[in-house]
Design a protein around this ligand. Structure first.
Ligand code: PMP
Length: 371
């Protein structure tokens, strides 16, 4: 079986697993306790913060550990809300953890704007600019789209935001970019940046929010005041340590080259006039395909013994992340045939070529049956 749903989750790597085990079974103390072994765990947690900041290329700010990117996104957005006539701006292609929250805010009488996507899948930068003013409190734009793999130009977004929304915080959901694209947070002026461990070979249920200035954020939960008062609750130390380890274990540049070659080989072999490849300027790790005349869910299930693929977003698999494809202008019929293929650097060329052939053959068989 060839696993091509790495944007949904990845296998934990050995280094991360070892670290997890060590902090779960040997060095298991509560980092908030005051005796020496616990202080040592607390120091290890702080070292992990430093490693994560270094890996992101952030020279200032804090890392707030969370239960994943869904929570990090909720903290970033809800934590930024303020009383009064403030406005909140989101891209129309955001992950459900941002998109559904943005829609919920509308019902809480907040002024919410959605920025449309261009046909290529990127945010429409002119539309973004036109929605900003000095009442804008928060702008949230994702880095790499989890459905299409399309990369937004975050440096450009931050320039637009700084110029046209002087009072705004800029939040970036970086989940599908961290440990995948070579980048450095110093290149973009962002205030808040979310990431999730299980997308890069760490444990599930752990993530982080990078916060440039934690005074700008309000806590959502009350408790013992852990994580700079922004996320009370005993930290999931084994998972956090596994995340820092997994990050350090990645050779991002080398893996980027490998993923690019894998995607190229896959695309060469999947080529067919009835199969549409979605998006331009995409991550080498993600490939969204639309199969004409066949239901993506049927195809996914028909393939699953030999090739595992996704439907766009595991978090809203039944809906296949269709607000993103809708925002790009695809119709319901086209969206029904959506399949997301996502790669990992541990795959070989032979794997992806064989997967492409299997996907094509299975598609043809279903097409014949349904004709
Ligand atoms: N944002 C994006 C872009 C994602 O792909 C995901 C995971 N599907 C999330 C947020 C949510 O991450 P988590 O699973 O850690 O809650």
């Amino acid at each position: 079986m060839i696993y091509l749903d790495n944007a949904a989750t990845t296998k934990m790597c050995e280094q991360a697993l070892k670290e997890y085990e060590y902090y779960a079974c040997s060095n298991f103390y509560n980092p908030s306790a005051i005796y020496q072994p616990a202080i040592d765990v607390s120091l290890a947690l702080n070292a992990a913060r430093g490693q994560i900041k270094k890996c992101l290329g952030a020279n200032k700010g804090d890392i707030i550990f969370t239960s994943g990117a869904t929570e990090a996104n909720n903290l970033a957005i809800r934590g930024s809300l303020r009383q009064g006539k403030w406005e909140y701006v989101f891209s129309a292609g955001e992950h459900a953890s941002v998109f559904n929250l943005a829609n919920a805010l509308k019902h809480e009488d907040k002024v919410v704007h959605f920025v449309k996507l261009s046909k290529s899948g990127e945010i429409d930068y002119d539309a973004l600019q036109s929605m900003l003013n000095d009442k804008t409190r928060l702008v949230s734009v994702m880095f790499v789209n989890n459905v299409t793999g399309v990369i937004n130009d975050i440096a450009r977004v931050s320039q637009i935001v700084r110029r046209h929304a002087p009072n705004a915080l800029l939040h970036v959901d970086g989940v599908q970019a961290v440990c995948k694209l070579p980048f450095n947070l110093q290149e973009f002026d962002v205030d808040l940046f979310s990431l999730s461990g299980h997308k890069f070979h760490a444990a599930k249920g752990v993530g982080a929010l990078y916060v440039k200035n934690n005074a700008a954020l309000k806590n959502l939960v009350y408790g013992g005041g852990q994580e700079f008062g922004l996320r009370s609750g005993t930290e999931n130390v084994p998972a956090i340590m596994s995340m820092a380890k997994a990050m350090q274990a990645q050779n991002i540049e080398q893996n980027y080259q490998i993923a690019s070659q894998l995607k190229q080989a896959f695309l060469q072999h999947i080529k067919d006039e009835r199969i549409t490849v979605v998006g331009q300027n995409t991550s080498p790790y993600i490939c969204m395909l639309l199969f004409d005349g066949v239901n993506g869910e049927t195809l996914t299930r028909a393939l699953e013994k030999s090739v595992i693929v996704g439907r766009g977003s595991a978090c809203s698999a039944k809906k296949a992340g269709n607000h993103v494809l809708e925002a790009m202008g695809f119709n319901v019929q086209q969206i029904k045939g959506a399949i997301r293929v996502s790669f990992d650097a541990s795959l070989s060329n032979a794997d992806v070529v064989s997967a492409a052939e299997t996907i094509k053959q299975t598609y043809y068989q279903l097409w014949e049956k349904l004709k």
